[in-house]
Design a protein around this ligand. Structure first.
Ligand SMILES: *Cc1c(COP(=O)(O)O)cnc(C)c1O
Length: 376
């Protein structure tokens, strides 16, 4: 039986060749007689898996050695606390500025407020209420020129792609406006990591949960400029201390070994399929196709401003709310799965990560046309 088209925002669809290779190596990895799950993380076999994963990732990103690659755990959510804990001794008091563009940057803002003095440098929301009550939908990203960053900010946090709201920051600042000192940019890139070439060298720290576009859950990838190492506060667990993780090449303690292996296979799959340039090309094609179809109807809608529309996560609604349930039910019957929007906002969301091919988008649009024909 063929696999369904999987539009999950995460954990999400993986490339079939990756799953096939993992399956074929499950019982016996490269003649060792054991699976990757069963080998010591100190063994030369696992070190080889880790080294290749890191080398392939560096090659894909053209990442210079000024940056450490950390394979860690806890997810992007944990990084919101781990980052301030790792930068604590760089400043008398942490002053953390934020660009708010949706659900995840708000979550990060709230978590960071437990560790430092936080301030909104720019926001794409109209009436933001941080208590989580009523909010306007997030539909745009404030242009870099309007960001008002404090002179003494310890770092500036942004989320490059809001997975829930479908809002993407396409232009990352090279240097922050109106500032003489260089303030590190910290980017949560969980859901557009590896979807296109990203200017990671503009940042102090870029981090991503693997289970969106880069592998399986359990692994968090952190790319940190080495200048930022060595400032962790006393409250930082040593297993989450970037300096330790970097020094022990992600094996200070047991890393999420199997997830590192899966991501390593994903990196090779991307390399074999035209690298990030081709991922970008495909993702542009797929998302343009779906957006143009949505815009052409009076049946479906996406309210995000064109320039801020995400290429990986596309939320949309039916104008007639009562048709939501039948839409989702019919989609499942047509083997188009996990299209439900995030529980915080509802609606529909199609995530078009690297492993979801053009033919999957075509199947979705065919279904949407047919549904409109039947109910419109
Ligand atoms: C999924 C996601 C997170 C949370 O990831 P966890 O692994 O659940 O902690 C944070 N930020 C963004 C942008 C995400 O897409």
């Amino acid at each position: 039986m063929s696999r369904p088209w999987n539009f999950s925002a995460g954990p999400s669809t993986l490339p079939k060749p990756v799953l096939e290779q993992a399956a074929s190596e499950m019982l016996d990895w490269h003649g060792t007689g054991i699976s990757v799950m069963e080998m010591s993380h100190r063994s030369r076999h696992f070190c080889q898996i880790r080294d290749e994963a890191e080398a392939d990732l560096r090659e894909l990103l053209a990442l210079p050695d000024d940056y450490a690659v950390l394979f860690t755990t806890g997810g992007a959510t944990t990084e919101n606390a781990v980052i301030p804990m790792n930068l604590m001794r760089r400043h008398k008091e942490l002053a953390i500025d934020f660009i708010l563009t949706g659900y995840w940057s708000i979550r990060s803002f709230k978590e960071a407020s437990r560790y430092g003095n936080v301030k909104v440098a720019a926001s794409g929301g109209y009436s933001i209420r941080l208590d989580g009550a009523e909010q306007q939908p997030w539909t745009w990203t404030p242009p870099v020129q309007t960001w008002s960053v404090r002179q003494n900010a310890s770092y500036l946090h942004m989320c490059s792609n809001e997975t829930v709201d479908g809002v993407e920051i396409t232009e990352w600042p090279v240097s922050l406006p109106r500032l003489k000192v260089k303030i590190p940019l910290v980017v949560d890139a969980s859901s557009n990591f590896l979807s296109r070439p990203l200017p990671i060298t503009n940042t102090g720290i870029t981090f991503a949960s693997a289970q969106k576009n880069a592998g399986a859950a359990g692994l968090t990838i952190v790319l940190v400029h080495r200048d930022l190492l060595g400032y962790s506060g006393i409250n930082c667990p040593s297993s989450l201390n970037y300096t330790n993780i970097a020094k022990f090449r992600s094996c200070y303690n047991t890393p999420p070994a199997y997830s590192i292996y899966i991501s390593g296979l994903v990196f090779k799959w991307i390399k074999n399929n035209g690298a990030l340039e081709n991922m970008e090309k495909q993702n542009r094609l797929k998302s343009n196709w779906l957006y143009s179809y949505i815009d052409s109807t009076e049946f479906y809608s996406n309210s995000v401003h064109h320039a801020s529309r995400s290429r990986t996560n596309i939320p949309f609604r039916l104008y007639r709310k009562a048709l939501h349930e039948p839409f989702i039910r019919g989609a499942k019957e047509a083997r188009l799965i996990q299209l439900e929007g995030h529980r915080s906002i509802g609606g529909i969301r199609a995530s078009l990560y690297n492993a979801l091919p053009l033919s999957g988008v075509s199947a979705l649009i065919e279904y949407m046309k047919d549904f409109e024909y039947r109910y419109g």
